[in-house]
Design a protein around this ligand. Structure first.
Ligand SMILES: Nc1ncnc2c1ncn2[C@@H]1O[C@H](COP(=O)(O)OP(=O)(O)OP(=O)(O)O)[C@@H](O)[C@H]1O
Length: 354
């Protein structure tokens, strides 16, 4: 059964629709990321799921249970969800153990049991022994772990995380993302996670829903969205894109200024269609060659890789290579064999008109 089903919902602020006919499904034990620019409606969707914002049309079901059927909205505390916010939202006057126990106290009166659960969840988030500290005595990463422990203590079926890592410094962030992801998986908790950072989205999620002005442009595995984006918007949002003018020759070959390029999978557009071939910087290879078809214009050494700007047949391409090339090199530019992504020119125009 799906952990969350959102069907055709509408949400507005002061009569102005922010989400209009949006649908999304999160499978059991799946982490779904809502990714998008500021103001595109990610937090609005999270609030609608949490029951903090009314839904004017459509249905939401959590683990198969409708939460807004027949005009009656289930209150947030009865939705069995855990919420984690960017600013941790801890009570400053309560210590760690008291903060964590807070949600359970309204449901459980046995103090020994509450104490045992607090110890268990603090252990889960690697904060064992810090129950007596106050929030101001903890680092940002530790405070966010307290917030997670507080959400976990009520054994939620679904966790909603709103930009939980944006206040954590970059050194700690990737480690915390890995730990929390492992924890959710281990506990079998499904989650929706809001961010505008693609790096966080890639590292944390099983699936990614890319938002664009209140609708979802594409949903799928992060790797699929990166490698096979359905629109230039998705391609550009998720990484550096090179666009090469191309014409479909047959279902496996594009004709480009760099010569014919063969796709590992069939190209869906009809032969004769004009459009743009998308090439990621890692899908282009350079090898030093005196008579090569390209010339390195600029290089930036970035540690793990080097970014090169290369001129080839009148095009300027961004290429990512492992090692810097000798200055002012002449190179042979070739394309790594892969399933090509081709955007027919008319498709984007049709989308703009729609
Ligand atoms: N309480 C509110 N009253 C009126 N308009 C609101 C309110 N909250 C959000 N909005 C508007 O709704 C739209 C979507 O906001 P939302 O907070 O969902 O975006 P977001 O994608 O989460 O952005 P961010 O990444 O900046 O948090 C924005 O245009 C915002 O200005």
């Amino acid at each position: 059964m799906a952990a969350l089903t959102i069907h055709d919902i509408c949400c507005s602020y002061n009569g102005k629709p922010v989400l209009d006919g949006l649908s999304l499904q999160v499978e059991s034990n799946e982490i779904m990321c809502l990714l998008g620019a500021s103001g595109c409606g990610k937090t609005t969707l999270l609030k609608a799921v949490a029951g903090l914002l009314p839904v004017s049309r459509g249905e939401i079901a959590i683990n198969g249970q409708p939460v807004n059927a027949n005009g009656r909205a289930v209150v947030p505390e009865e939705r069995n969800i855990g919420m984690i916010f960017q600013d941790y939202a801890l009570f400053p006057h309560l210590n760690v153990a008291q903060n964590v126990a807070f949600g359970l106290q309204s449901k459980e009166s046995n103090k020994a049991l509450i104490h045992k659960r607090v110890e268990e969840v603090l252990d889960l988030v690697n904060l064992a022994g810090l129950g007596d500290r106050y929030p101001h005595q903890l680092s940002g990463g530790q405070q966010q772990r307290v917030a997670i422990a507080r959400a976990l203590i009520c054994k939620p079926q679904l966790m909603l995380l709103d930009e939980p890592f944006s206040n954590i410094d970059t050194q700690v962030r990737m480690r915390l993302i890995g730990e929390i992801r492992a924890l959710l998986k281990e506990q079998g908790i499904s989650a929706i996670f809001v961010t505008h950072s693609k790096e966080e989205a890639f590292a944390f999620s099983d699936k990614l829903a890319l938002f664009r002005e209140g609708h979802i442009e594409q949903v799928g595995r992060p790797q699929t969205l990166y490698q096979q984006p359905q629109t230039p918007f998705v391609a550009d949002f998720l990484g550096q894109s090179n666009y090469v003018p191309a014409r479909v020759h047959d279902h496996h070959t594009l004709v480009t200024p760099m010569g014919p390029i063969v796709s590992e999978l069939a190209i869906e557009a009809a032969p004769g269609s004009e459009g743009q071939l998308l090439l990621r910087p890692r899908q282009i290879q350079l090898s030093e060659a005196e008579q090569g078809n390209g010339r390195v214009l600029e290089q930036q050494f970035l540690g793990a890789h080097t970014r090169c700007l290369v001129e080839c047949q009148g095009l300027v391409l961004e290429v990512s290579v492992n090692e810097p090339l000798p200055a002012v090199s002449q190179v042979q530019v070739s394309i790594t064999p892969h399933a090509l992504t081709f955007f027919p020119d008319h498709a984007e125009r049709q989308r703009e008109v729609a």
